[in-house]
Design a protein around this ligand. Structure first.
Ligand code: SF4
Length: 92
């Protein structure tokens, strides 16, 4: 590969890395992946919440489901047939 090709490859890599970090930071960054502090809930958008199941997984079967359209980890009204990326299967 030529020197110019190497230069373009590095520029593309650095630009893609910067864009990826920007998207990660805008979506809540590592905070979205860490357990919330007691009393603090996550925004729906930070956990990719949706009102429909994900391959059979639903909020009503999640360990964080509180009933009455509430969740221990996510803010707002939550559907029992919804889902988000924090889902953890409730074990009996
Ligand atoms: S799947 Fe997400 S929104 Fe639904 S109960 Fe679990 S943590 Fe809450």
């Amino acid at each position: 590969m030529s020197e110019e090709g190497d230069y373009r490859g590095r520029r593309w890599f650095l630009r893609t890395l910067a864009q990826g970090l920007g998207i990660f930071a805008a979506s809540g960054g590592a905070n979205a992946l860490l357990p919330p502090k007691p009393g603090r809930k996550l925004e729906k958008s930070a956990v990719a919440y949706r009102d429909s199941p994900n391959f059979g997984q639903v909020c009503a079967e999640c360990r964080y489901w509180l009933g009455d359209k509430r969740c221990e980890r996510v803010k707002g009204e939550i559907s029992p047939s919804g889902w988000c990326m924090v889902f953890v299967k409730e074990t009996p």
